[in-house]
Design a protein around this ligand. Structure first.
Ligand code: FES
Ligand code: FES
Length: 155
């Protein structure tokens, strides 16, 4: 076991774990941040997506020893139940969520995408979300929600 000092959601965090422990395991099991989910564990589904240095990243595939002092952000830092992030509010307004399992990862990817592409087309949103799977068929409403959040931010 080794002690790692991380920066998570703007705060320092210390974990004592194996160097090859995935970031997802550290977040969920050591730090109690349960938003990111374990789906496939193979960089295929996106349920575990968080930001590393502002970039959407599959946290199931990042060994903690590679993180150094990179800033990690999870859905917990985006909004709360009482003060949702505009993107979360748009998902509520569009009733875009079905399972809640894939959505933390989708919202983290979509938030980074909107930050970098404030006025995207529908096709661009669809392409940006390709790394994150939704198995229930809510794709169109998820895209609607991302477009809505982008429009609201531009008002
Ligand atoms: S759990 Fe990480 S990509 Fe599926
Ligand atoms: S909303 Fe999660 S699988 Fe579709």
């Amino acid at each position: 076991m080794t002690v790692f000092r991380l920066r998570v959601n703007g705060e320092p965090a210390e974990v004592d774990t194996e160097p090859d422990a995935p970031l997802l395991t550290v977040l969920r099991n050591h730090l109690g941040l349960k938003a990111a989910k374990f789906g496939c564990g193979m960089s295929l589904c996106g349920a575990c997506t968080v930001w590393v240095e502002g970039r959407p990243t599959y946290s199931c595939d990042v060994p903690v020893e590679t993180l150094g002092d990179h800033e990690i952000r999870t859905l917990e830092s985006l909004g709360t139940a009482t003060e949702p992030h505009p993107l979360q509010q748009a998902f509520l307004d569009e009733q875009a969520g079905q399972c809640g399992y894939c959505l933390p990862g989708i919202i983290m990817r979509a938030a980074a995408f909107l930050r970098d592409h404030p006025a995207p087309s529908r096709a661009e949103v669809a392409r940006a979300l390709e790394p994150n799977l939704c198995r229930c068929g809510s794709h169109q409403r998820i895209i609607d929600a991302v477009l809505r959040a982008g429009q609201e931010a531009r008002r």
